[in-house]
Write a protein that binds this ligand. Structure first.
Ligand SMILES: Cc1cc2nc3c(=O)[nH]c(=O)nc-3n(C[C@H](O)[C@H](O)[C@H](O)COP(=O)(O)OP(=O)(O)OC[C@H]3O[C@@H](n4cnc5c(N)ncnc54)[C@H](O)[C@@H]3O)c2cc1C
Length: 343
């Protein structure tokens, strides 16, 4: 089914809680119906020159104004097991299901792999776009393949996870396939044999406090840590980390480390020439934690998270982000960029 809504309020469709509207929202509950629609009356909506975008849960999207165009939104939410052997289970999940429902499903069955990614607000489709990550796990570790409708041909395509060019919050869907792929389903591989990953942040002590090492226990530990650090978008509008952590040449990071010995730095898997630095640490060092500019602010517990303190416009959030970027560059000589998709 395809449902069209004109002049729709986006308030419930973005985690910043920005009060904007879209000229048109096209919601689809199955890929075949979407293709039929796009081949017929929907064709002008994606024709060259038309403004359109895909919106999942809007948890990584900031609207700076009313959206004068079409937003496509998946409500397709089937989850099915497509392969199973004595070591693993592969599930196919349609793009509109909430990612955390997938994690809960997996943990309830004692399957391994998804538990560290508990409580990340995301649609299934966006897990592949963003390559979501937390506590040493990334979506790429699970994604076996992705199904999408290719535009403008409307062909149904499948791309293997190994061809998705996944990187830190990066994928082919943000690069070569940007504007050319509507993701309809993602296949995730989950493991039957234990493979806990506990060596990240305070996860191990939290799991030890719970007293058992199972997917469900790790899920509970992750939920508990996250809720103590991150603001709940239902209460305080935000999009998680607003900026990405820059990955810089090793020599530049070593220079920074000499000047700022307490600056946290991280190895980048498979790339010994580059290191990742913590944007949150730089913003915190500049004294921004807990501060506001207009109705936008920096979260008191996590400087990487920008918040809507109440009634902020997208422009106010952008003004704060730009001010922070400027100060970070002036002080540390490092250019930071947003993780959030600004529309
Ligand atoms: C409180 C909070 C905590 C967070 N913590 C984390 C975290 O720990 N780790 C992390 O990685 N992220 C985190 N995030 C960011 C966010 O959860 C992820 O970026 C998530 O993937 C966004 O999903 P979404 O469905 O809301 O995407 P949206 O914001 O709706 O869209 C994101 C991008 O994906 C594209 N897209 C969405 N659906 C499709 C589709 N079907 N086909 C093609 N393109 C599509 C959109 O066009 C857009 O470019 C957090 C956010 C919040 C609010």
């Amino acid at each position: 089914m395809v449902r069209l809504t004109k002049n729709i309020s986006l308030r419930g469709y973005n985690s910043f809680g920005i009060d904007a509207t879209a000229d048109l929202m096209v919601e689809w509950s199955d890929a075949a119906a979407l293709r039929t629609f796009l081949a017929a009356e929907g064709a002008p909506l994606i024709a060259q020159g038309a403004r359109w975008n895909i919106l999942g849960e809007g948890c990584n999207t900031l609207f700076t104004a009313d959206y004068h165009g079409t937003l496509f939104h998946s409500t397709a939410s089937r989850l099915e097991v497509v392969e199973e052997n004595d070591r693993e289970v592969v599930i196919r999940v349609e793009s509109g299901l909430l990612w955390d429902t997938v994690v809960a499903w997996s943990c309830e069955r004692g399957l391994w792999g998804a538990e560290n990614l508990s409580a990340i607000p995301s649609s299934v489709g966006a897990t592949a776009v963003q390559n979501i990550g937390a506590y040493g796990t990334e979506a790429k570790d699970l994604i076996q393949r992705v199904e999408y409708i290719e535009l403008p041909s409307l062909e149904e395509r499948t791309i293997e996870g190994s061809d998705c060019k996944f990187g830190y919050r990066e994928s082919i869907f943000k690069r070569e396939l940007a504007g050319r792929a509507i993701i309809t389903a993602v296949h995730y591989r989950l493991w039957k044999l234990p493979c806990p990953k506990l060596d990240y942040g305070t996860l191990r002590p939290e799991v030890e406090r719970i007293g058992e090492v199972t997917p469900s226990a790790i899920r509970r530990a992750v939920e508990s840590i996250r809720s103590s650090k991150l603001p709940d978008p239902k209460v305080t509008g935000n999009a998680g980390s607003f900026f990405v952590n820059p990955i810089l040449p090793r020599h530049q990071v070593e220079g920074l480390k000499e000047r700022y010995p307490s600056m946290p730095i991280y190895e980048v898997a498979g790339d010994p020439e580059r290191l990742k630095i913590a944007t949150g640490w730089m913003i915190d060092t500049l004294g921004w934690k807990g501060k506001t500019l207009g109705r936008a602010g920096v979260h008191t517990h996590q400087a990487l998270v920008l918040i809507n303190t109440g009634g902020a416009t997208g422009e106010e959030v952008v003004a704060l982000a730009e001010r922070i970027c400027r100060e970070v560059e002036e002080h540390f000589g490092v250019r930071i960029s947003p993780e959030v998709n600004i529309l």
